[in-house]
Each structure stands twice: as structure tokens, then as C-alpha cells.
Design a binder for this molecule. Sequence first.
Ligand SMILES: N[C@@H](CCC(=O)N[C@@H](CS)C(=O)NCC(=O)O)C(=O)O
Length: 222
Amino acid sequence: MEENRKDERVLHNYFRSSSSYRVRIALNLKGLPFEYAAVHLNRNGGEQFQTEFKTLNPQGLVPVLRDQGLNVSQSLAILEYLEEKYPHPPLLPQAIEDRAYVRQLALAIACEIHPISNLRVLKFLTGTLGLSEESKGMWVKHWTEIGLSALESELAHSTKRGRYCFGDVPTIADCCLVPQLFNARRFAIDLSQYPTLTTIDAACQELSEFQRAHPQCQPDSE
Ligand SMILES: N[C@@H](CCC(=O)N[C@@H](CS)C(=O)NCC(=O)O)C(=O)O
């Protein structure tokens, strides 16, 4: 019984959540099977607010990875945990300078683009502040375009870029980029402004590890 509990790997997540999508890609790239536990962010008033889930993560945010009895939240902390616990295949390059660069790309997405358009932020805009759907769309477009333009400029001029954000092996930067572009498409943002980003995205989408992580392929997909 104890052994079963220790062997478990469960990802508490939501198909359309881009933070969850990052972790699904990383788990697939590392070849780590996991049980899919769906947390519906809109149903029942938001399952992320229910006591059972809040016990797992008081922040009320997905994803949470349960691995061998350990619960980890915050997708970048999960990716770093997976990298340290299961180093092969690596999702960070070898050299310390290159690792810093890849983290810089990943955090530019996870810290600067994603949080401003998270569900609870958008609900506050349209609910508490009474903004229209159109204004909400303008908000998302404005902040996403600022973030993606900076990333496009960075990667377009990077000598480290290869087939993927860094070289020819996917890293945590790609785990963050692909879901963020998925989000941008949902909000009808014109991605033709970002030819470098969309080229990398297309290369990633050719890999089954990315395909299997796609929101449409998840059991709770609508
Ligand atoms: N920084 C967190 C962000 C997590 C996050 O924002 N998750 C969203 C889905 S992508 C969520 O659970 N939102 C619920 C809500 O806004 O109520 C991470 O990287 O894990």
C-alpha cells in the first residue's frame, strides 16, 4: 500500500490551462507517465476553490503535481523539480550561462505575459470592475503583444536559437512558448507579427510529446 502511494504521479490540471500544458509537455518529454486529475476552473463555481483542492494548493491554481508523495505547485517549480529528479533527457542545457538564458526565456513568458491574463484577473476586470468583453480582449491583446514582441526580438537575434528556442533540443523555454501561443490564438491575436516564435512553435508541434500535451487531446477537453 505504502509502495503504491509512493509510486503515484498525478497531475492536477485543466485542459485549457497553459501552466498545466507546460507541465504535460515536460512530463512527456521526460517520458514520465502520469495520472490525469481534472480540475474544472469554471464548473461548480470553480473546482480550484473547493476545499479538497485548496488543501493541495492554497493558491487555488493549477497545476499541482503529486510525485512520489510530494505535492509541487507553480509550473516552473514543477519543471525545475522534474529536471533535478529525472535529469534525462535534460530540459536545460549544460553550461550555466545557457541555463540562465533558457530560464530567462521561460520566465519572460511565465512571469511577464501569463499572469496578467489569468482567469481570475480577467474575471476581476469584467466582474468587479465592470469592463466589457471587448475591453477585456483589449487588455489581453495589449499585454500579450508587449510580451511576445520582446520575445520575438530576443529570439530573432539570438545566435543560440536552433530548431527550438535554444539549439535543437526542446527546453523549458519551449514548454512555456507553445502554451502561450495557444493562449494567444484563443484570443485571436495576430501571430504573423512573430515569425520566429511561430516557426519554433511549428517545430515543437511536430513532436508527439507536444501533440499529446495539447489541450484538445486531454480527457476533460470540451
Ligand atoms: N504561476 C502559476 C500560474 C498558475 C495559474 O495561473 N493557473 C491558472 C490556469 S493557467 C489557474 O489555475 N487559474 C485559476 C483562476 O484564475 O481562478 C504557475 O506557473 O503554475
